[in-house]
Design a protein around this ligand. Structure first.
Ligand code: SF4
Length: 347
């Protein structure tokens, strides 16, 4: 049996750790040959191997259904490639860009929208590609915000992150940096004082956006890791993916949002799961997502309400797809109990 301090990267290791029964080895090895696998000790410790529906296992343990692909699914579901003027940059909206600095992650989520692009050993931007990406940002004065993404940027060393942040901070029109990461929950030990310092830049705002999907992911260590950012003056937001069998009930979703707020993290987006290949078993319908949003509105504080969004396939950006409470003619508005009220037509 492997020591619990190692990252599991193969179906064999999952069987060794008794996270999956050995009779599933061949099927899962076939999935692992197609899509990257990594489960950190922090996440492995949360998995209840005796529960076939465990919501943490569903996010990280490969499933034979990942090899089933449907015509509506796409290798690049949110259309990054169509909006990539130079390697590492996605420029979809006028005032902000994604800077994808690394194509590796601490864990590999089974529903990942970039699953065809990320994996161990994929590395990051070469020095020349990074220089070209920074040149692009420098040459576009309308870019106000840079989103550090990947992969997961926080798998890089503090030294490497500091270098990138300070080069971005030297661009006068870049006022805001945003880091998208899953590391504070899946590998909280990586959030060291040096890494937190590396993300700070004089006279620039740095936001940290945490990807988290189930309240159990917010362990004591994860909370402490997040507190390091907030205490250092970096506001935190959260984005979650609506996933069948993980968080698609109002109690779990509400508990996740409350736990985040208690950690001083504002729920930002609830993403409708993208049409990534082999992920149909984890997707809900949009109607189910809207019903859940209705269920948490009113029952949970306004601080606990994320915006339910869909990344339109093909790269057309995000649109809010939450339920509508106002009739089309604006004459009737619905309250959180579902009761309808007239609203006067004149101002
Ligand atoms: S951390 Fe993000 S990029 Fe990495 S596998 Fe998970 S969803 Fe994909």
């Amino acid at each position: 049996m492997k020591p619990p301090s190692t990252i599991m990267r193969s179906a064999e290791e999952l069987c060794d750790r008794a996270l999956v029964p050995r009779e599933r080895l061949d099927a899962l090895a076939a999935v692992a040959a197609r899509y990257a696998v990594a489960i950190t000790p922090a996440m492995a410790d949360l998995i209840d191997a005796g529960d076939p529906q465990d919501p943490i296992a569903r996010q990280f343990v490969p499933d034979a259904r990942e090899l089933e692909q449907y015509p509506q699914e796409r290798a690049d579901p949110i259309g990054d490639d169509a909006f990539s003027p130079v390697e590492g940059i996605v420029h979809r909206y006028p005032d902000r860009v994604l800077l994808k600095i690394v194509n590796a992650c601490a864990v590999y989520c089974r529903f990942c929208f970039r699953r065809e692009m990320v994996g161990p050993g994929r590395g990051g931007l070469s020095p020349a590609a990074l220089a070209a990406a920074l040149d692009y940002i420098r040459g576009c004065p309308q870019i106000w915000e840079v989103i550090l993404s990947g992969g997961d940027p926080l798998v890089l060393s503090a030294r490497r992150i500091k270098d990138i942040v300070s080069r971005l901070a030297a661009i006068a029109h870049v006022k805001v940096m945003r880091v998208h990461t899953r590391v504070p929950v899946v590998a909280p030990e990586r959030i060291t004082a040096a890494l937190v310092r590396a993300l700070r830049a004089e006279a620039k705002a740095t936001f940290v956006v945490l990807h988290v999907n189930h309240p159990r992911e917010l362990t004591g260590k994860a909370r402490a890791a997040c507190a390091r950012f907030v205490d250092a003056g970096m506001p935190m937001l959260a984005q979650s993916v609506l996933l069948r069998g993980v968080n698609d009930d109002a109690e779990t979703l509400g508990a996740l949002m409350r736990t985040l707020v208690e950690c001083r993290i504002k729920p930002y987006y609830l993403h409708h799961a993208d049409l990534a290949p082999g992920t149909a078993h984890l997707r809900t319908t949009i109607a189910e997502g809207q019903e859940l949003m209705r269920a948490i509105r009113g029952r949970y504080s306004g601080l606990c309400q994320p915006t339910y969004v869909l990344d339109i396939p093909g790269g057309h950006g995000k649109s809010p797809i939450g339920p509508n409470y106002l009739s089309q003619d604006g004459a009737v508005v619905e309250d959180f109990h579902g009761r309808r009220h007239p609203y006067p037509p004149r101002r």
